[in-house]
Design a protein around this ligand. Structure first.
Ligand SMILES: [Zn+2]
Length: 93
């Protein structure tokens, strides 16, 4: 008796990624240089590390990014104030 298997092997996302590569999309902009990415197929998450290269988004990196995001927001606020006050100190030639 021959056993007929009708179950087609389902193309699991990981296999798809292995064949075609991950399809990362930016999910979060932490700073100008640091972003978080998620693969559309397997939901693998990446982030930019301090070297500017991509690395897996571990809970530790998530924590770092949260801090970076706060610092970045503060810097933007400060730079706004700074550009306002610097116009006062404009050099007279
Ligand atoms: Zn993937």
């Amino acid at each position: 008796m021959k056993k007929i298997t009708t179950n087609k092997p389902t193309l699991i996302p990981k296999v798809y990624c292995n064949l075609f590569g991950h399809d990362y999309q930016v999910t979060k902009k932490v700073t100008y240089h640091v972003k978080e990415y998620t693969c559309r197929h397997c939901r693998k998450e990446l982030t930019t590390n301090s070297n500017g290269t991509l690395t897996e988004l571990t809970p530790k990196f998530r924590e770092i990014n949260a801090i970076l995001e706060k610092i970045h927001a503060t810097r933007i606020e400060r730079s706004k104030i700074k550009s306002d006050t610097s116009s006062i100190y404009h050099q007279v030639v």
